[in-house]
Design a protein around this ligand. Structure first.
Ligand code: DUC
Ligand code: ZN
Ligand code: ZN
Ligand code: ZN
Length: 484
């Protein structure tokens, strides 16, 4: 049965134009005027945009002694409720676990998804086995590998391991991702703060200053350059990391930066809240920063030095957060945002003039699809693309509250924020899966989307190789002193 979306303005990452969109067999089959279909989707007064893609989520992930609270059912339902039609989740092997085994368990979790998904694979330990399995992972359609430079003693990889893994990525046509924080310095600061009796959630932010992130971002960029591989830096929260990315890009390196909607909107004052729960619910890494850093992130999105907006959706309930009463290092790190990313970014970005609607589409969908090699199957309003579409009503508004949210947790870090700009319809492969935020989608209908290696991005444009290529100097015996 065909569907035609009528009466709206198509908004792509490039430009906007009035048109109908015809959908057949889950794909866009025509774009033009006066199209006819078996069913009509009313987009009058609305924008027709590619559905959001969240490049960074953690569903039901084992972490810090517990599991993140949204599973693939509640998590993907939250996504479609807010106009996001695909997410890229992190498959996280526990140290010593086989990557392929971890993938199996992720496939099981993901069998509950209501919309499409893909994975990044985390490299949480290093061995010959991991080296070998990376090839199988790429063959399975996963072309990105995440490295934690923090979480010492748990997930952290050291420079030695990171360089080896980056080189392996280069060989396989894959791209490394990094969580950029200097885990050694964080561990030291955590211990010092605890010894001084600073055990509340505010100390979490003190233990992870921007310098910790800037140092790691610079280091990862240099290591990627030496391994001759592009690099994607997740949750860029501060100018120190942003500056490193800007400089690398100006030098012709393929380095991508992803700020989170939380860092764009919420600031460090949240940790000074007198209510322990309020502050602990906002504990995530990196922590929220000052407004100055926020401005830098917004500027980076407009200027193109930062390319994607994600959520790092890793939601924990208040009860889970309370595992850290008396010791902030035990508060599970993570916040939610899947269903709020698009409305909040539209409200604080487009409605304020910081982003154009086309830039909004770029940073929430199209750039992500291109960088992760999903384009134009996803992230595009083009004939032949999957009909993952959000019909966006720029006049609809609501006040965000946990009472009405889809996510399984009992609070919302954006509580009380009024948003204007909401999805009227969210469509996944042509099926309406949410109407005005109300989800109507069968558990298990979501499909894994494989991503091919992407050799075109697999060349850092560095001169490093050329400059440091060993050149053997030939000397005759007369110029070599006798050995001692
Ligand atoms: N940061 C978080 O806050 N949660 C999940 C993992 C991470 O890096
Ligand atoms: Zn369920
Ligand atoms: Zn991270
Ligand atoms: Zn994350």
């Amino acid at each position: 049965m065909s569907k035609v979306i009528k009466g709206g303005t198509v908004v792509t990452a490039d430009y906007s134009y009035e048109s109908d969109v015809l959908i057949e067999g889950g794909k866009i089959t025509a774009i033009g005027k006066d199209l006819q279909g078996d069913q009509t989707v009313d987009a009058s007064g609305c924008y027709i945009m590619p559905g959001g893609i969240d490049p960074h989520t953690h569903m039901e992930m084992p972490f810090m002694g517990t599991y993140s609270a949204d599973d693939y059912h509640s998590g993907t339902s939250a996504a479609v409720s807010g106009g996001t039609t695909m997410l890229v989740d992190f498959c996280l092997p526990v140290p010593d676990q086989s990557l392929m085994q971890a993938l199996q368990s992720w496939d099981q979790k993901a069998s509950k998804a209501v919309t499409d998904y893909s994975y990044h694979m985390a490299i949480t330990w290093w061995s010959e086995q991991v080296f070998d399995e990376m090839q199988q992972v790429v063959k399975r359609g996963i072309n990105t590998f995440k490295h934690f430079m923090a979480y010492k003693g748990a997930l952290m990889v050291d420079d030695d391991e990171m360089y080896a893994s980056f080189r392996r990525c280069a060989d396989l046509g894959a791209m490394p991702l990094v969580h950029a924080e200097n885990g050694d310095v964080v561990a030291h600061l955590q211990q010092k703060l605890m010894e001084e009796g600073n055990n509340g959630p505010e100390a979490h932010a003190y233990s992870r200053p921007p310098e910790v992130e800037g140092e790691a971002a610079n280091r990862a960029i240099m290591i990627a350059d030496m391994a001759n591989v592009p690099l994607y830096i997740v949750h860029v929260s501060c100018e120190e990391a942003h500056e490193a990315i800007r400089r690398a890009r100006q030098n012709g390196k393929r380095v991508f930066g992803e700020p989170l909607i939380q860092h764009l909107v919420l600031d460090e004052s949240e940790y000074a809240h007198p209510d322990w729960d309020h502050a602990a619910r906002r504990v995530m890494s990196p922590p929220f920063r000052s407004k100055l850093h926020q401005d830098g992130l917004w500027n980076g999105l407009a200027a193109g030095s930062l390319q994607c907006v994600a959520t790092d959706h890793c939601a924990f309930t208040t009860d889970q957060k309370r595992m850290g009463i008396g010791d902030f290092t035990k508060i599970p790190n993570g916040t939610g945002g899947l269903e709020d990313r698009l409305p909040v970014l539209w409200t604080r970005g487009v409605n304020t003039g910081r982003l154009t609607p086309n830039e909004f589409v770029a940073v929430t969908s199209t750039n992500i699809a291109k960088i992760l090699n999903l384009y134009p199957k996803k992230g595009a309003i083009l004939v032949g693309a999957d009909a993952d579409i959000v019909v966006w009503d720029p006049k609809a508004s609501k006040v965000i509250t946990a009472k009405n949210q889809v996510s399984a947790i009992d609070y919302n870090v954006f509580e009380g924020i009024e948003v204007t700009g909401l999805p009227r319809f969210t469509m996944s492969r042509g099926e309406v899966v949410a109407t005005e935020g109300k989800v109507d989608a069968a558990e298990g209908r979501g499909k894994f989307v494989g991503r091919e290696p992407y050799p075109a991005t697999n060349q850092a444009l560095s001169k490093w190789k050329e400059l440091t290529a060993p050149r053997k100097v030939v000397r005759d015996a007369a110029n070599i002193p006798a050995g001692v």
